[in-house]
Write a protein that binds this ligand. Structure first.
Ligand code: PMP
Ligand code: GLN
Length: 408
């Protein structure tokens, strides 16, 4: 019997299968390699840190008091209210917690439900490239056509560092009458790039001109190392056509809790809820009041986390630069991109395969965030995570240094 279904068919049509079968995500694959070789895992983006104590305590208390059965499909009122408050306090965005906020099973489900609710077969969906791998999978499942805007790369004259950027003209050129959605990921995975007012304004203008919707993935919103995150929904004319998605995973170091959320105007949210209710119905009962407590922590708690992460970014990027990689210094997020070509390694796919056994370190090849064969000059780039403990980063740098010595 041939085992196929809508996903296999869609993935085959979009070229997302490997040898005819759905492969595990690159993150799962590389975490398995880390376990197999006892290697340090700078691959999958999850932190070594514990969540803020108030958040942990609130989850434990919720379990103890019996909050263990199905919560309402749209999310517990206490969390929807905390999300609305968070959007108002941090960004001045007003949403009605009863009608314009939906709790989801991580940003992953929010993205899936949004794309499945709003993309018709043949509709175009624009993303940057590289892009978070789930986007291509969900666009394919919906029968959409994935259009990408490649990030530009250059070397900084003064530091020799790698600089990634988005070209506004290319962004505008990606829009057409077939564009249904533009999926904006800022701060960006895998590069840590943040989009600023010029690029965001261009997206809003083009989306308005072509009557397209904007979906924004803001899961790294609080992990910024310089200027604060600028949500596209705050731009004039944007809020009504924007579906904003975020998650507790990164902000509170709880990637395994899978609590995310969406804010959007009622008509859009109703369509998305229609899909969400058949995917999971509802999400993580005892974690919802805990995330609500987290969202209400004082601003200093958010800033402290970002400051700590910034120091680890510096530790990793300074170390990689000394070892001989060409590094990018991201403005936000969990990851740095490092070019291995100065060390005589032009093929990051092959290198990522060998690194666990050769250096005891796991990294993700940046090609995993491109359509098949589209990585171009990024073929020698690795993504390395700095959301790990200082000792893990230091140890990984030491091992990479030993590995690189004969290559310098
Ligand atoms: N979007 C981006 C850009 C991500 O990096 C991730 C992974 N954390 C997700 C969405 C998925 O988030 P969640 O773990 O909340 O499902
Ligand atoms: N967002 C995480 C990363 O980019 C991984 C999430 C996952 O494993 N699906 O590493």
């Amino acid at each position: 019997m041939e085992i196929t279904g809508p996903w296999t068919r869609a993935a085959a049509a979009a070229g997302l299968l490997k040898d005819g079968v759905a492969r595990p995500t690159v993150f799962a694959q590389m975490s398995a390699r880390a376990a197999e070789h006892g290697a340090l895992n700078l691959g999958q983006g999850y932190p070594d840190d514990a969540p803020p104590q108030a958040v942990t305590e609130a989850a434990v208390a919720a379990i103890r008091r019996g909050q263990n059965q199905y919560p309402p499909g749209a999310g517990e009122a206490v969390l929807r209210e905390a999300i609305a408050e968070h959007q108002a306090t941090w960004y001045g965005l007003r949403w009605d917690p009863a009608r314009e906020v939906l709790v989801s099973t991580g940003a992953t489900e929010a993205l899936a439900a949004t794309i499945l609710a709003l993309v018709e077969p043949g509709d175009e969906v624009i993303t940057l490239e590289p892009f978070y791998d789930q986007y291509a999978a969900m666009i394919a499942l919906a029968g959409g056509v994935h259009r990408t805007v490649p990030l530009t790369t250059r070397t900084d004259g003064a530091t020799g560092d790698l600089v990634l950027d988005v070209d506004e003209a290319e962004l505008r050129a990606a829009f057409s009458e077939r564009t249904r959605l533009v999926l904006v990921n800022t701060p960006h995975n895998p590069t840590g790039l943040m989009l600023w007012v010029g690029a965001l304004q261009a997206i809003v203008e083009e989306a308005s001109r072509h009557d397209a919707l904007i979906v924004t993935d803001e899961v790294y919103e609080h992990l910024t190392f310089g200027p604060a995150h600028l949500p596209i929904a705050t731009l004039p004319g944007a809020q009504d056509r924007t579906i904003s998605i975020s998650s507790a995973g990164k902000t509170f170091s709880v990637t395994g809790w899978k609590i995310g959320w969406i804010t959007a105007r009622e008509e859009l949210l109703t369509a998305i809820t229609g899909v969400k209710q058949w995917l999971t119905y509802s999400s993580g009962a005892p974690f919802q009041p805990a995330v609500a407590a987290g969202l209400r922590l004082p601003a200093s708690a958010f800033h402290d986390l970002a400051a700590e992460l910034r120091s680890r970014r510096d530790l990793l990027t300074d170390g990689l630069r000394e070892i001989g990689f060409r590094v990018s210094v991201p403005e936000a997020g969990y990851f740095t991109v490092a070019d291995a070509s100065p060390l005589g390694e032009p093929d990051a796919d092959a290198l990522a395969e060998r690194l666990p056994s050769e250096a005891g370190v796991v990294a993700i090849p940046l090609s995993a965030f491109y359509r098949d064969g589209a990585a171009g000059e990024a073929s020698s780039y690795l993504r390395l995570a700095f959301c790990k403990s200082r000792s893990t980063i230091e140890q990984a740098l030491e091992q990479l240094d030993t590995w690189a010595a004969p290559r310098r």
